[in-house]
Design a protein around this ligand. Structure first.
Ligand code: IPE
Ligand code: IPE
Ligand code: MG
Length: 262
C-alpha cells in the first residue's frame, strides 16, 4: 500500500501517532557510565526495543521504525561491527516467533546485500512468517541511509524505464541546488517546532540540529552564539564511536603540531 505524501495531501492527524520513528542512539554512553563494555549497552538496547514494541502495541501505534544500524556504522571498529551483527542474528532467532504471536509484522529496510547469507536468510524467513500480521508493523532500518534510500528509488525508476546506467550518490549530489556549498554543519529552527518540514532532506543527513523556543524576531546575535555554543559542545561522530573520534582528533592535533614546528 502506498500512502499519500504530506506534500501532496494533508494526512489524518490523530492524538496517537500512526507512525513513530526512533533513532536509537546512546548505547555506548549508557555502558560507559556503568564502566561496562559497549556491547553491554547494545544488549540493553535490545531490551528497550522489546519494551518499545510492547508500548506501541498497547497505545495503538501502527508503525514503528527503528534506526538500528546506519550505512556509516561500518566505520566502527571491526569487533564492534561483528558484535552488532551477532546481536542482530540472536535477536532475530529469539524474537521473531514472539513478534509473530503478538501480531507484529517485521520488516528490515536498508541495503541488505552487505549482510551475508545467514542474516539474509533470517530476515527473509522473519518477514515471510509475519507478513500478514497487522497489529503493528515494525520496520528495522539496518544498513540504512536516507541518501541510499533516495538513490535506490531513483535507480529502480530508471531501471523500470529502461535506462542503461545506474546513478551513483555523487551523480545526484552534484546536481542538487546547493551542490557547490558544503553541507550545513548546524541547522537552527526558531519558534519551538521540532521538525525538518521538507527542508534540505539530503543535505541535513549529518547536520547538528538545534531547536529553540525563541521566536525569529527575537533571535539575535546572542541567540545565534547560544546555538553555536551548543553546536561546539557536540561530538560529531558520523557513524563512528566516540573513542574513534577522540583518536582521530588526537592524530590531527599531532599532525598540526608537526606542520607548525617542522
Ligand atoms: C546506538 O548506540 C547503536 C548503534 C548505532 C548501532 P551507539 O553505539 O551509537 O551509542 P553511543 O552513541 O556511542 O553512546
Ligand atoms: C545513528 O546513531 C544510527 C543509529 C542509531 C543506528 P549514530 O551513533 O551512528 O549517530 P552519530 O554517528 O552519533 O551521528
Ligand atoms: Mg551513537
Amino acid at each position: 500500500m502506498t500512502f499519500t505524501s504530506t506534500t501532496a495531501a494533508i494526512p489524518e492527524v490523530r492524538a496517537t501517532p500512526h507512525h513513530i520513528a526512533i533513532i536509537m542512539d546512546g548505547n555506548g554512553r549508557w555502558a560507559r557510565q556503568r564502566m561496562l563494555p559497549r556491547v553491554a549497552g547494545h544488549k540493553r538496547g535490545v531490551e528497550s526495543v522489546r519494551a518499545m514494541v510492547r508500548a506501541c502495541i498497547e497505545r495503538g501505534v501502527e508503525h514503528l521504525t527503528l534506526f538500528a544500524f546506519s550505512s556509516e556504522n561500518w566505520r566502527r571498529p571491526a569487533a564492534e561491527v561483528d558484535t552488532l551483527m551477532e546481536l542482530f542474528v540472536i535477536a532475530l532467532e529469539r524474537e521473531v516467533e514472539k513478534l509473530h504471536q503478538n501480531g507484529v509484522r517485521l520488516r528490515i529496510v536498508g541495503d541488505l546485500e552487505r549482510f551475508g547469507p545467514r542474516l539474509n536468510k533470517l530476515i527473509a524467513d522473519g518477514e515471510a512468517l509475519t507478513r500478514n500480521n497487522n497489529r503493528l508493523t515494525l520496520n528495522v532500518a539496518a544498513n540504512y541511509g536516507g541518501r541510499w534510500d533516495i538513490l535506490q528509488a531513483v535507480n529502480r525508476l530508471l531501471q523500470e524505464r529502461g535506462a542503461s546506467e545506474p546513478i551513483a550518490e555523487a551523480d545526484l549530489a552534484s546536481r542538487l541546488c546547493l551542490a557547490d556549498t558544503p553541507e550545513p554543519d548546524l541547522f537552527i529552527r526558531t519558534g519551538g517546532e521540532q521538525r525538518i518540514s521538507n527542508f534540505l532532506l539530503w543535505q541535513l543527513a549529518y547536520t547538528e540540529l538545534y531547536f529553540t523556543e525563541t521566536l525569529w524576531p527575537d533571535f539575535n546575535a546572542a541567540a545565534l552564539d547560544a546555538a553555536i555554543d551548543s553546536y561546539r559542545k557536540r561530538e560529531r561522530r558520523f557513524g563512528r564511536t566516540s573513542e574513534q573520534v577522540t583518536e582521530a582528533m588526537q592524530g590531527a592535533a599531532v599532525a598540526e603540531e608537526k606542520l607548525v614546528k617542522p
